[in-house]
Design a protein around this ligand. Structure first.
Ligand code: GLN
Length: 280
């Protein structure tokens, strides 16, 4: 099988599954990650012979994509903040919105030697991106899932940063520490919202990282906010990703815990998506 035939087989198999532009993007990722052909190679080497495993691998990828398995799990990684992160079904696939949270923190915190904590780190994408971008930061990250921590540690090693990872439940109080920045993208989707989600999310991504009970949608923030009050240095900042439905409620909660300068911030799609606050 030559490259041109592989691309035709993929296009035929994936058409109708997504917008043509997205199908094109998927094909580009598959060529690059499975066959090691970057877009320039693809343009120049249409006639080159692929390894023997190609037809079977392509058929398998098409079948899995048609069952709505996320491409990032099939190829084993996702791009986030300019870096390739390993992902598997024990961690959420990093979202573009969360890149904005990382950028916000980088923009607002130019100082060096900051101590940072990421609560519910998953793949480690926030912690590792901050460790790479902030000057001489010391970054800690915790997660309740041992399987997620295996992925996060691998990502930190592959991206050559030192992050200290801890297995810990953000709902159980941890001993207070001293941080300049605490960040979290905790589970915040209500179970009742599950039905409206795409099957690639609800059937494949870890529910433990996504969902909260309808009767307690701020569950994680109720634990994170008091912990931030205890553990942030005066003037230290808390940054959160939040459910667009609960901006006002999160603001009230943070203010109620004694945090100052509480802001609710939109993402680039114009949806309420982040909260930030300062410890007095
Ligand atoms: N933004 C994610 C989604 O819509 C949810 C992430 C989370 O629950 N922290 O799938």
């Amino acid at each position: 099988m030559i490259l041109k035939e592989a691309i035709e087989q993929l296009r035929a198999g994936l058409t109708g599954l997504a917008e043509p532009q997205e199908v094109q993007a998927m094909i580009r990722i598959i060529c690059e990650d499975v066959f090691n052909y970057d877009p320039v190679d693809v343009a120049l080497r249409q006639e080159s012979e692929l390894p023997d495993f190609a037809p079977e691998r392509i058929a398998d990828i098409i079948e899995r994509l048609r069952r709505h398995e996320p491409l990032q799990y099939i190829v084993g990684h996702a791009l986030f903040h300019g870096h390739k992160f390993k992902v598997n079904p024990s961690v959420l696939i990093p979202r573009p919105e969360t890149e904005q949270l990382v950028d916000l923190i980088i923009d607002e915190n130019p100082a060096s030697d900051l101590h940072v904590l990421d609560m519910g780190t998953g793949s480690g994408c926030i912690a590792i991106s901050l460790a790479r971008a902030l000057k001489f930061a010391q970054v800690d990250a915790l997660d309740v899932s041992r399987d997620a921590l295996v992925v996060a540690r691998e990502n930190a090693a592959a991206l050559k940063v030192k992050v200290r990872f801890f297995e810990s439940d953000m709902l159980a109080p941890q001993p207070a520490a001293r941080y300049d920045i605490i960040v979290s993208n905790p589970p915040y989707v209500c179970w009742s919202e599950r039905e409206t989600m795409e099957s690639n999310v609800k059937d494949y991504e870890p529910g433990q990282a996504l969902f909260v009970p309808d009767n307690d949608p701020l569950l994680f923030y109720k634990s994170i906010a008091p912990y931030a009050m205890q553990s942030l240095e005066p003037g230290g900042r808390l940054y959160l990703e939040i459910n667009q439905r609960f901006g006002n409620e999160v603001k009230r909660l943070l203010e109620g815990c004694g945090l100052d300068e509480v802001r609710i911030i939109d993402d680039s799609y114009g949806k309420v998506r982040f909260a930030a606050a300062t410890k007095p």
